[in-house]
Design a protein around this ligand. Structure first.
Ligand code: HEC
Length: 138
């Protein structure tokens, strides 16, 4: 029985560490090769992402928790304003950060998050593109 209890405690501690709902409090700061730059707003925003605990619940490029959605490519899904709205309003399992970030921290954080993209930035439409007809080029 004692052995069983020890095994169960060991098992659940291990499971707890990996459980998706548990914020990963030991997530390391994002390394420069993930952030892509070491100075400027994107780098500052990566620090805010860590310092304010976003990374405990959100993964970026394999680093961080998995309680919230993976934000590695959040810049492909959401525009800056949508991300700001989410940060202010929070969600079912995400705290609201309204009043918890300075304007500077928010700007840097948004610059970092919109830079998380797989796709190239949206440029002007290719020549020959007619919005009214749709792009017929295959
Ligand atoms: C306690 C865990 C937790 C923390 C801390 C947290 N989030 Fe979240 N976040 C979530 C969860 C859970 C969702 C999904 C909620 C939903 O869709 O209802 C989410 C959703 C999001 C989304 C929308 C993602 C998408 O693809 O739709 C963004 C952006 C986001 N969080 C950014 C942040 C930022 C930035 C911070 C830090 C300032 C942060 N989160 C802190 C749990 C967290």
């Amino acid at each position: 029985m004692v052995v069983f209890a020890i095994v169960m405690v060991a098992y659940y501690s291990h499971e707890g560490y990996l459980a998706p709902w548990a914020p990963r409090l030991n997530a390391p700061r994002l390394p420069p090769q993930v952030v892509g730059v070491t100075t400027g707003p994107v780098a500052a925003g990566a620090n805010v992402f860590y310092d304010k605990g976003c990374e405990f619940c959100h993964t970026v490029s394999g680093y961080g928790g998995i309680r919230g959605p993976d934000l590695s490519f959040v810049g492909d899904r959401l525009i800056r304003d949508q991300i700001a709205t989410r940060i202010f309003s929070g969600a079912t399992n995400m705290p609201s950060y309204s009043g918890k970030l300075t304007q500077q921290e928010l700007n840097d954080l948004l610059s970092f998050l919109v830079s998380r993209r797989r796709l190239p930035p949206v440029g002007p439409p290719p020549t020959g593109f007619h919005a009214a007809q749709g792009n017929t080029e295959k």
